[in-house]
Design a binder for this molecule. Structure first.
Ligand code: T5A
Length: 210
């Protein structure tokens, strides 16, 4: 059976990485066919692109967009597609909606051009389910700053992050595959909500029985 692609999206510090790892541990109780990955950086070359993208240097908006696309192309071809073909549930920290939210809504680049590029870079692959961790932008940035030095994207001004947030909200309104998760609660409250959603989907996909 073909695997499933479950993506976590959201603004900075919304808890995606924390929740992906909690979900991974929980899913491992059902199956060993589960993998965690991320963008940028899901391949060895992608890790190098990640360093460039998050380093404190000046990149123009278009260069940034194309580097995220290059990372995705490699990631889908070398990792995600082969894993899905093996029947793996792939948990991915960010995917195509991040490009629409950050480079489209955030940087103001053309949404239709980004959609075309996303289509090319992902070989037309869409997530089976995307969890949008919805958290107030300032709360998320505070969480990341408490962790230490901010990366290049985190250093962008507050209005940029607000535009990104509005982008995710708009995408969630337009796309049924995107489910909003209130990320303002404790880690265990958010985890419980995610487990409820995932149980519903695994049942629907007949991966587990009722
Ligand atoms: N990007 C990416 C684009 O611009 N375009 C694209 O196409 C793509 C794919 C990636 C950057 O690239 C951009 C978006 C990003 O700016 P990243 O480091 O992967 O860089 O950035 P994030 O994905 O935002 O990762 P973060 O680690 O910053 O945020 P997370 O993963 O959402 O949050 P997490 O889990 O690390 O938690 C942050 C802190 O909060 C605490 C955690 O312990 C941690 O300290 N925390 C909580 N605290 C209180 N209550 C809770 N419920 C908490 N949950 C976690």
């Amino acid at each position: 059976m073909q695997g499933k692609l479950i993506v976590f999206e959201g603004t900075e510090g919304s808890g995606k990485t924390t929740q992906i790892h909690l979900l991974y541990q929980w899913l491992r109780c059902w199956t060993d066919r589960v993998a965690v990955t991320r963008e940028p950086g899901g391949t060895p070359l992608g890790e190098k692109l990640r360093q460039i993208l998050l380093a404190d240097s000046d990149l123009g908006g278009m260069t940034e967009l194309l580097l995220y696309a290059a990372d995705r192309y490699l990631h889908v071809e070398e990792f995600i597609k082969p894993q899905l073909a093996k029947g793996t549930i792939v948990l991915c920290d960010r995917f195509t909606d991040s490009t629409l939210a950050y480079q489209g809504y955030g940087r103001g680049l053309s949404l239709s051009k980004i959609e075309q590029l996303n289509q090319m870079a992902s070989f037309g692959l869409h997530s089976d389910l995307t969890l949008w961790l919805d958290l107030d932008v300032e709360v998320g940035l505070l969480r990341t700053r408490q962790r230490g030095k901010a990366d290049r994207m985190e250093q962008a001004d507050l209005e940029f992050h607000r535009r990104v947030y509005r982008g995710f909200a708009q995408l969630a309104k337009e796309q049924d595959r995107i489910i909003r998760v209130d990320a303002s609660g404790s880690q265990s409250q958010v985890q419980a909500h995610i487990q409820t959603i995932i149980t519903e989907y695994l049942t629907k996909w007949q991966i587990i029985e009722n």
